[in-house]
Design a protein around this ligand. Structure first.
Ligand code: F6R
Length: 608
């Protein structure tokens, strides 16, 4: 998500921090800032917008000193602005943070009661106050460790204290942080590319590590103060490889980020004890949710497919009718929408012109509106009455992957909230569903571990020119998404169909040249899927089946099988889309297409 750089050494810190941040620019950000210790005081400079704007501010101002931290922010709590940009300060403490603090609202309330004043809307500022509160006469390192014992959530932190001009204290939990070892200087960053201009020797911190960096040394301990040894690794990546975290393409990196991204979507939102969810920006009272007569979803492309999955989830959990519209159609069909309806606009970028227009039209007609969005403070969330951010982090590959899975995760939470508010979902069932959702990131990991098998299937079908994707129920949108991914990045013809529709037309296409990718997991409609596959085989079609390991019945019908772990029907779509993404990715990679920037496509479609 956001980027962190820190430097302790004999050289001026500012140019090193600026250069490091510029190497993280490719990830996307909306504001930036620096803090540099000159031996007596810490000076902070922050700016919304791009680094060039911060560089412009630096021209008129001096930020001298050889110890400093820098940050590029990608907004999660609070819109992009100077106040919300990092570093944040409280008393003698100045820090930058990546990640999401789960219990920030409670902590903030408690700190405010004690008279502490906040100047930003960020969760990060809570860290600054907590550490300052713990600082007293303690060394910074101890104050950081004590403050971290009071927080829940994910973080990579780099902290300075006015009183200790020789050191940066850093810590991580779930958000990455690497130390770069130099000669007579040491550095820290959230990602390797930021430091490749200075060193090739890296130490990767692990969850629960806290490290102190000075020019002369780095010391790593646990939060309890026990020293720990972490190996030094030599990284010989080219800068381009480093940007992609060692992956060949951003899309591949983003596919692999999905377990983490989904966990970030869920962080702090599942109230385990209460079998409910907390959605801070939703801004609708339970009574209002209870009174709703209908949900109408409008979105485009992959986001539309997430909407189709949400229809199942909302109808299952909340027994509320859901209509899903392509936003480009919605706005021109004189929709019957109004009071009592909730229009949900789903968009990764938050800027898609058709989706924004659909939302505005529904609002004009009297509906309440909710944006499910990745980009904070984009036009769509700004125009909506309520917001549900997906927290997927920047998505650079044009073909959407982690945005999709996190949209479904966020919509799952919404469906539970609706179900509970409307008393259609019992606490027991809500608890069971939320437990399954919380376990979903692990299921995604399991699919990713099986990538070699999927790559082998991709190799076997790389020359096939026609693909049909079929599935039933909540997996049907996944068939649509699988087909969309393949055509977008490999330019191979692919179509998604509900398997039950096969007989009504598409079966005419089947012959030995057509590959049929089918989701056939055990459970509801499994037998029906087997019958559909038997029909495909009878016409010599090639079957690639996504199902459970050890399923011999399926094995007998399929030329190739891809395994997915068992999951509740509500969670299965999130899991089953991963093989689709990987299959499309590897087929495209065999063809050598520009996977991250496929021809004719743009990441954000701001025109009709
Ligand atoms: C497909 C893809 C597009 C987008 C669509 C909507 O991989 O990325 O189909 O999903 O253009 O974009 P957002 O979600 O930004 O509104």
């Amino acid at each position: 998500m956001c980027g962190i750089v820190g430097y302790a050494g004999p050289r001026e810190a500012t140019p090193i921090l600026m250069e490091g941040l510029s190497r993280l620019e490719y990830r996307g950000y909306d504001s930036a800032g620096l803090a540099v210790h000159d031996g007596a005081d810490i000076r902070i400079l922050r700016s919304p917008g791009k680094l060039a704007r911060l560089a412009g501010l630096l021209e008129g101002r001096q930020l001298p000193g050889t110890l400093g931290i820098g940050h590029t922010r990608w907004a999660t709590h609070g819109p992009p602005s100077e106040q919300n940009a990092h570093p944040h300060a409280s008393g003698d403490v100045v820090l930058v943070h990546n990640g999401i603090l789960e219990n920030h609202a409670e902590l903030r309330r408690a700190l405010e009661k004690k008279g502490r004043r906040f100047t930003s809307q960020t969760d990060t500022e809570v860290f600054a106050h907590l550490i300052d509160e713990e600082l007293g006469r303690r060394p910074l390192e101890q104050a950081v460790a004590r403050a971290l014992a009071r927080v829940r959530g994910t973080y990579a932190l780099a902290v300075l204290s006015r009183r200790e001009p020789d050191r940066i204290v850093v810590a991580r939990s779930s958000s990455p942080l690497v130390l770069g070892l130099g000669r007579g200087e040491n550095l820290v960053a959230s990602d390797i590319p930021a430091l490749l201009g200075h060193t090739r020797d890296f130490v990767f911190l692990e969850d629960g590590d806290l490290a102190v960096l000075t020019a002369a040394r780095v010391e790593i301990r646990t939060l309890a103060g026990e020293p720990v040894a972490r190996p030094t690794r030599r990284i010989d990546w080219s800068p381009l490889m480093a940007e992609k975290g060692g992956h060949k393409h951003f899309m591949h990196k983003e596919i692999h980020e999905q377990p983490r991204a989904l966990a970030d979507t869920l962080t702090g939102r599942i109230l385990h004890g209460r079998a409910d969810v907390r959605l801070d920006d939703l801004r609708f009272e339970a009574a209002e949710l209870k009174a709703l007569g209908r949900v109408v979803i409008a979105a485009c492309g992959t986001s539309y497919h997430a909407g189709l999955v949400a229809k199942f989830l909302i109808e299952w959990f909340a027994r509320l009718p859901v209509e899903v519209d392509l936003a480009s159609e919605f706005r021109y069909r004189r929709p019957v929408v109004g009071k009592g309806d909730l229009l949900v606009a789903i968009s990764q970028s938050g800027e898609t012109a058709d989706t924004l227009a659909a939302l505005r039209e529904a609002k004009r007609l009297g509906a309440r509106t909710l944006a499910v969005c990745n980009a904070v403070d984009a036009s769509i969330p700004r125009a909506a009455d309520g917001v549900l951010y997906t927290h997927a982090g920047p998505e650079i590959g044009v073909a959407s992957t982690k945005a999709f899975v996190t949209q479904i995760g966020a919509l799952f939470l919404l469906a539970v909230r609706l179900g509970r508010a409307r008393r259609k979902l019992s606490p027991e069932e809500a608890g069971r569903q939320l437990e399954a959702l919380a376990g979903a990131p692990e299921l995604l990991e399991a699919v990713l571990r099986d990538e070699a098998r999927i790559e082998a299937v991709a190799r076997a079908y790389a020359q096939t020119r026609d693909f049909l994707y079929i599935a039933r129920g909540a997996n049907y949108p996944i068939a649509l998404e699988g087909a969309l991914k393949l055509k977008e990045i490999s330019y191979i013809h692919a179509e998604g169909y509900p398997a039950g529709e096969m007989k009504h037309g598409p079966i005419a296409l089947i012959d030995e040249h057509v590959a049929v990718v089918a989701v056939a997991c055990q459970g509801e409609s499994y037998e029906k899927m087997l019958s559909n596959l038997a029909e495909v085989r009878a016409r010599e079609g090639q079957v690639i089946a996504i199902g459970q390991a050890g399923d011999e019945q399926l094995g007998a019908l399929a030329q190739h099988q891809i395994h997915v772990p068992r999951a509740l029907p509500s969670v299965a779509p999130m899991v089953n889309v991963l093989p689709m993404q990987l299959l499309a990715y590897h087929i495209a990679d065999f063809h050598g297409t520009d996977v991250d920037q496929p021809r004719n496509l743009a990441k954000s479609v701001t025109v009709e």
